[in-house]
Design a protein around this ligand. Structure first.
Ligand code: ADP
Length: 542
């Protein structure tokens, strides 16, 4: 260990409360607009948010919530959820965002595993709360996020959010604490086994917010109006509630209505410049905008991630609407941002098709994230854009161990992401698959994402999933599961013909099946596990 001369700068801890106080003090008049579950539009400012967060912290203290204790939320994106984010973390407790789209049994498991003392919920989740409450004896109170006038009738003794706030004067100072203190908890949806908790710290959250705001990341500024479509229960809405405070951006919260029409109206009415979400929601939005012949008058760019952005979607945003797509990769265990895709200066001289090809990748690592790909024996693979292997990550906002787990998942200090990727000589990462989704055909790997992307470029295909089916000779072969667009009469042969010349021959699916709907996970990703079960005994048609 070196014994350096210590610097003589202030040892100010990186605390989440400082993001809010910064926004309130230096961008106090900037608006936060929410579509409420009560049905109306609510507006106030960063200054108001900070005042009410202090009142909420006082109220939670009065209820007995102490340092390090968890407060759960079951809520859409809205200003009260934002207040909970800042009040709970800021006072030294841990905000635990629970995904309300999970099955009730899973939610009860998560609430109990986290040992939530209180759970705050949007009133439309009352039936869910009433279902799980008997299974969650550790929860001392359920806080309905509404005012007295909208408080629903229930056999549960509900606490009223607005009453709690109204009873306090806001005379509360955000405490100082160790920047490594836990601030937030989020469970991964866990397609196998029980969900696992990722426990963020103040330090990891603030550093992530810095990194996320950078020009070659989300490029955020005080000139932005940010609409997070990605829910605040999905890895902290990718950090946007924090990076918006850090940069002093306007926030626009869509509440529970994530259909194309509702989103589009809010984008236009509030002058939204920047948004972020998973591909599935953009499918809905683009379909709607196309159907009304609409345009985006203020939207400049959008981050698409959580699963691979189909190139056809990227092109539609850019070409049809002039909206820049920033393809991004990350995961709950990485707070979530790992890579984002932007062109470099010298790429501007390349032909358009080559630029497009780069933009379709998941991008390069932001400062704070280090990456490597490794082969089957754990050896590091070259960054040549061809070799693909297991992707490992490390850095100050990458998970060290899961909440209440003994063993660390790290391998030599690196976190195995469970994704398979290539990295090119310039550091651009391309995710070819989740390791469990990759199709192993005759000793070679087929990227299910690449196969899906071809299908998604077909004008009559709404959504497509590529999964492995068993094959006597090749071990596994690709099967394409397709949802046609309304009115389409597309056949198996049409789809297979579309693949000719677009991928190497042996990547062409062995068969195509049409379904009405592809199942999705609670975070909007295609649930391939379900499809693999459904087509386990599938026989290829000849
Ligand atoms: P889960 O879906 O397991 O709850 P996350 O929401 O953290 O957890 O998802 C992380 C995973 O999503 C990544 O490991 C990766 O497989 C996938 N993913 C995220 N972004 C992308 C992307 N741009 N392209 C392909 N896959 C992605």
């Amino acid at each position: 260990m070196a014994t350096p001369l210590l610097g003589q700068m202030m040892a100010a801890p990186l605390l989440i409360s400082s993001l809010l106080t910064h926004a309130a003090r230096h961008h106090g008049d900037t608006e936060i607009v929410s579509r409420r579950v009560e049905g109306d539009i609510h507006r106030y400012t960063w200054r108001d948010a900070e005042q009410r967060a202090r009142q909420l912290a006082q109220a939670l203290r009065r209820l007995g919530v102490s340092d390090g204790e968890r407060v759960g939320t079951l809520a859409w994106n809205g200003y009260r959820h934002l207040e909970l984010y800042y009040a709970v973390s800021g006072m030294g407790s841990v905000v635990h965002t629970v995904n309300p789209r999970l099955f009730p049994e899973q939610i009860a498991y998560i609430v109990n595993h986290a040992e939530d003392r209180f759970v705050a919920f949007d009133i439309n989740f009352l039936p869910l709360v009433e279902t799980i409450a008997p299974q969650c004896p550790g929860v001392q109170g359920w806080i309905a996020m509404t005012d007295r006038a909208h408080l629903p009738a229930s056999d549960l003794p509900l606490l009223c959010y607005e009453d709690l706030i109204a009873a306090e004067d806001g005379d509360f100072a955000w405490p100082s604490m160790d920047e490594n203190a836990a601030s937030g908890l989020c469970y991964t949806s866990g397609t196998t086994g029980n969900p696992k908790g990722v426990l963020y710290s103040h330090r990891s959250t603030v550093l992530h917010a810095f990194g996320a705001s950078l020009p070659d990341a989300m490029c955020m500024s005080a000139r932005d109006a940010v609409l997070p479509v990605v829910p605040m229960f999905h890895v902290n809405a990718w950090g946007l509630p924090y990076s918006s405070a850090l940069t002093g951006a306007k926030l626009v919260f869509p509440g529970k209505d994530l259909d194309g029409k509702s989103l589009y109206e809010l984008f236009e009415a509030e002058g939204v410049t920047f948004s972020a979400g998973v591909p599935t929601v953009w499918l809905g939005l683009l379909t709607y905008v196309k159907s009304i012949g609409g345009r985006f008058s203020t939207l400049e760019r959008t981050v698409i991630g959580g699963s691979a952005c189909p190139p056809a979607m990227l092109q539609s945003f850019e070409k049809d609407y002039g909206v820049r797509v920033i393809h991004a990769w990350g995961m709950s265990e990485m707070s979530p941002l790992g890579t984002l895709c932007h062109l470099r200066k010298h790429h501007r001289d390349l032909p358009e098709a080559e630029q497009q090809h780069i933009l379709e990748k998941q991008g390069t690592a932001i400062y704070g994230v280090d990456l490597k790909i490794v082969g089957p024996d754990g050896e590091a693979l070259p960054w040549d854009g061809k070799a693909f292997g297991d992707l490992y990550a490390r850095g100050p906002w990458v998970l060290d161990r899961y909440f209440r787990a003994d063993a660390s998942p790290l391998v030599d200090g690196w976190f195995p992401t469970g994704d398979v990727a290539t990295i090119d000589p310039e550091g651009y990462v391309q995710i070819t698959d989740r390791s469990k989704d990759v199709i192993k055909s005759g000793g070679e790997w087929i990227s299910s994402i690449d196969v899906e992307n071809v299908a998604m470029a077909h004008p009559e295909i709404h959504e497509a999933a590529c999964i492995a089916i068993r094959h006597p000779k090749w071990e596994e072969r690709p099967l394409l599961v397709v949802v046609r667009k309304p009115g389409s009469t597309l056949t198996r042969e049409d789809v297979l013909a579309f693949y000719q010349g677009r991928v190497v021959k042996w990547w062409i699916p062995d068969d195509v099946v049409f379904v009405d709907e592809i199942p999705h996970t609670a975070t909007g990703k295609m649930l391939k596990l379900k499809l693999r079960e459904k087509f386990r005994d599938f026989e290829v048609s000849t």
